[in-house]
Design a protein around this ligand. Structure first.
Ligand code: SF4
Length: 415
């Protein structure tokens, strides 16, 4: 049997997509050795110019190290760089996102191919990814209808489209009956789920919560404007994880405008305060160093971050991406300044998180992952990591902790 090696670049969505391709391999063997494989499928990322270079470098190095292998470009890079790499004969074939499920027949091509497909397709396979034996990520939608200035995703993943509700519910029912208790809903723009099917995230959440065995539901990320009244009403439900990740990207209104975002600070603050008053921990994404972020805007942004009830952050330093509006924007922010700002922001949120944990150290419900030598790790309902020491085997168990020891480094308990 001929061997196929998959090299995955980029985000969790790409990792999911590799799983879709692997699940469809019928007449080929999955290989873990790129140097002795007949095919190398490069599931590429194109989110920044740096990501493009990493993919290109990998392809060149494989052409040198394993010259007999057929290299096939898949993933987001096939939609941005596929044509040029194919024309320059750097890859044997190019396959677009919609072609993943056909991989078995695609590999049979004995002549070079460029099969880019379309950006409207949604896979029939819903992918799950498991963390330990009891948490599962479920991809519920694909694509994005926003047009943030710095982002190429809508161009390479297409507009938002949702998986069918019935398929999602069946999948979760199966997993819940196999012992999975926590489900994390993910996608490119998760909060847009349902708009194309005349339903909503809130309706889906209610239905998932009714599945026997489902104990906690998390949403990977949601945009402020996607939080409607129906969603707000669910915040008191016991099965909702008590942490929401709401993508703000910035807190200066000038920057939000430059970034072509749909949120503004006044509404964001009101929303965050409302959700926080219901006992929620709140996380966000934040891009530092985007063109235009001068000292004045940065100061405004940081004062506002201080004001917001934030407990978690994913901070990214802006990185250039061709074919986006941001690429030609001025003034650019020097890398060392962006790095300092990144540091300042993450340190502030670390301190805020510590303060939050000190006041939320009782009655914690923790789902533990697989442990080692009596040490287990898991997340509580507020998405704070807890380390549990125990002589019992607690892998994949839910534990209820009356109280935990809180320190700068994290939360700890003994059972
Ligand atoms: S919401 Fe903005 S940043 Fe996120 S995928 Fe869509 S365009 Fe990109």
């Amino acid at each position: 049997m001929q061997k196929v090696y998959f090299k995955t670049f980029g985000c969790r969505t790409n990792q999911f997509d590799t799983q879709v391709m692997i699940s469809k391999l019928k007449e080929y063997e999955l290989s873990d050795d790129e140097l002795h494989s007949d095919y190398i499928v490069v599931n590429s990322c194109t989110v920044t110019n740096g990501a493009d270079s990493s993919v290109r470098n990998y392809i060149s190095s494989m052409k040198r190290k394993n010259p007999d292998a057929k290299i096939i470009l898949a993933g987001c890079g096939s939609h941005s760089k596929g044509e040029s790499l194919f024309n320059d004969k750097k890859v044997f074939g190019v396959m677009g996102h919609s072609e993943k499920e056909k991989i078995n027949s695609i590999l049979k091509n004995d002549k070079p191919f460029y099969q880019i497909g379309d950006l409207k397709h949604i896979d029939s396979t819903i992918v799950e990814e498991f963390v330990g034996k009891s948490r599962a990520f479920i991809k519920i939608q694909e694509g994005c209808n926003f047009a943030c200035s710095y982002c190429i995703i809508p161009q390479v993943r297409g507009l938002a489209r949702s998986h069918k509700e019935e398929t999602i519910l069946n999948q979760i029912t199966k997993l819940a009956s196999n012992g999975f208790g926590e489900f994390i809903l993910t996608g490119t723009n998760v909060g847009s789920y349902g708009r194309d099917h005349n339903t909503s995230m809130a309706k889906l959440l209610k239905k998932i919560s009714q599945i026997r065995g489902v104990r906690r539901i998390r949403i990977g990320s949601i945009e402020p404007i996607q939080i409607d009244d129906e969603f707000m009403e669910l915040l008191n439900e016991p099965w909702m994880a008590k942490q929401l990740h709401i993508a703000l990207q910035h807190t200066s209104d000038k920057m939000l405008e430059i970034m072509n975002r749909r949120n503004n600070y006044k509404d964001d603050l009101e929303l965050f305060n409302k959700i926080s008053s219901k006992g929620y921990a709140l996380g966000t994404d934040f891009i530092v160093g985007h063109p235009g972020e001068d000292e004045k805007e940065w100061k405004i942004a940081m004062d506002r971050v201080r004001e917001l009830p934030l407990t978690h952050i994913h901070a990214f330093s802006y990185s250039k991406r061709d074919n986006t509006a941001s690429i030609s924007m001025k003034p650019e922010i020097r890398g060392n300044i962006a790095k300092e700002r990144h540091h300042e922001l993450t340190n502030l949120i670390k301190a805020k998180n510590y303060a939050f944990r000190r006041t939320h150290s009782d009655n914690l419900e923790v789902l533990l992952e697989t442990g080692k030598n009596g040490v287990y790790q898991g997340f509580d309902q507020y998405f704070n990591r807890v380390t549990v020491h125990s002589d019992e085997d607690l892998s994949a168990n839910w534990v209820y902790l009356n109280s935990v020891e809180v320190s700068d480094a994290g939360n700890k308990a003994e059972i």
